[in-house]
Design a binder for this molecule. Sequence first.
Ligand SMILES: O=C(O)[C@H](O)[C@@H](O)[C@H](O)[C@H](O)CO
Ligand SMILES: [Zn+2]
Length: 302
Amino acid sequence: MSVTVVVKNGASTVGEGPHWDEATQTLLYVDILAGDVHRWNSVTGQDEKIHLDASVGFVTPCRKGGYMVGLGKSLAHMNWEANAVTNLQEVDLEKNTRFNDGKCDPSGRLWAGTMGMETKPTVLEHYQGSLYSLEKDGTLKTHLDKISISNGLAWSEDNRTMFYIDSIPRKVYAFDFDITTGEISNQRTAVDFGGPDTIESLGFPDGMTSDTEGKLWVACYSAGKVVQFDCETGKELRSVEFPAKKTTSCCFGGKNFDELYVTCAKTGLTEEEFQTQQPLAGSVFKVTGLGVKGKPMYVYEG
Ligand SMILES: O=C(O)[C@H](O)[C@@H](O)[C@H](O)[C@H](O)CO
Ligand SMILES: [Zn+2]
């Protein structure tokens, strides 16, 4: 197994939301607080970016062209070439929140959640966020409220379970998932990161993905790790370490979906800490030789 840097310091704030675009062999990711969407071309090695006028929590391609982004409190469609953004839905009207992580489910519906504004990483007013879905017909549904940091999403191989992270309780939740109606029910804890004594070693669960064996790969923010968990037992199976502490999310990519791409944040480090301790903060990493695979990511079908 080896970890390499593919985009050194690609993000200047919070690198997040990696999405492998199979058709173009590019990796999309966001730099949340900078308001930037990045596109790294694995063939040419070029990293291009587009700047939007609010924070951007996630990016995901649309079947019809362009991308969906979580822009401030809006779900918006972005046309990269035209540098044009169209707001489709606005949420949390009375609240001081922003969209954070988002991802499409196996039927092409978009799921995304919000969080309160952090005064520094992981410090924020709790319970201000909600989890939403944007149906393929463009309607918005609210599924959960009182979320603190809405984060990673993943679905089981049989599409009957949805996994979802709220970073502050430090839990990966499982729900029964009805792919036809898009309803979630029967919330339980799949992985519990444990009590305060485990913050040092495991950090906060952040973004995640699943492999073809149905195991979850969870980025452990502030621990500099991505950990593979068995979602049936909640047990840690394997751990991959990175030369940056604020690991935020991961996805499988590459021609065979056997490479794990990992984003991380720089926000919260002083310039001195960045220079002397974590000069790779904000970079995008690639892990090869894991011996597991993911599969093509879902896109918005609306
Ligand atoms: O990456 C994210 O999802 C958030 O936007 C970040 O702010 C951090 O990860 C969070 O502080 C720890 O969970
Ligand atoms: Zn996240």
